[in-house]
Design a protein around this ligand. Structure first.
Ligand SMILES: [Zn+2]
Length: 178
């Protein structure tokens, strides 16, 4: 089932997500809904809080070289913690909760993450390149942080202006077609 995405500047995105303690069927159904929502919105990652459920869960499904998202490659991370990090890298990020806006953000180049899978099994993963960036982006959501928070003052101001324009235009479009 496709869920509604909470969009900036909605304050619900600012909550700190809670640790997951029951790895039951409700969690599994919710993770499946997160997947449906991410694919429906053509996203490569999604945190639970973006569909209004502040629990420490995120999913990532990176496209392969042909641009296909193979569900076999779907990564589900519950209660993730970064235990090692090194280097730095800039990458142009976007977010389903901040539609139409993309900007360069600084991240660690390589990370090591401890997390649990949907059954509560403990896992460790080393990640670099786009996967490392996506994990850091989604983990920020668990702390109520958005990628636009990492922009310089001038870029943030530019963003606020552009985003207001986008919101206005979309509202106009909707009222015309209704
Ligand atoms: Zn995001």
């Amino acid at each position: 089932m496709v869920l509604n995405i909470v969009e900036y500047p909605d304050k619900r995105l600012r909550q700190k997500s809670k640790e997951v303690s029951s790895f039951d069927e409700d969690l599994h159904l919710f993770l499946d809904d997160m997947y449906d929502t991410m694919i429906d919105q053509s996203g490569i990652g999604l945190a639970a809080i973006q569909v209004d459920n502040p629990i420490r869960a995120l999913i990532i499904n990176l496209p392969d070289e042909e641009g296909n998202q193979d569900k076999e490659q779907l990564l589900e991370m519950i209660n993730p913690v970064i235990v090692e990090k090194e280097g730095e890298v800039f990458y142009q990020e976007g977010c389903l909760s901040v539609p139409t806006f993309y900007e360069d953000v600084k991240r660690f180049e390589k990370i090591k993450v401890n997390y649990q899978d949907r059954h509560g099994n403990t896992k460790t993963m080393e990640a670099d390149e786009l996967l490392a960036i996506a994990i850091q982006h989604e983990m920020d959501h668990l702390e109520g942080i958005l990628f636009i928070d990492k922009l310089s003052y001038a870029r943030r101001k530019k963003f606020e202006k552009e985003y207001k324009k986008f919101q206005r235009e979309r509202k106009n479009k909707l009222s015309k077609s209704a």
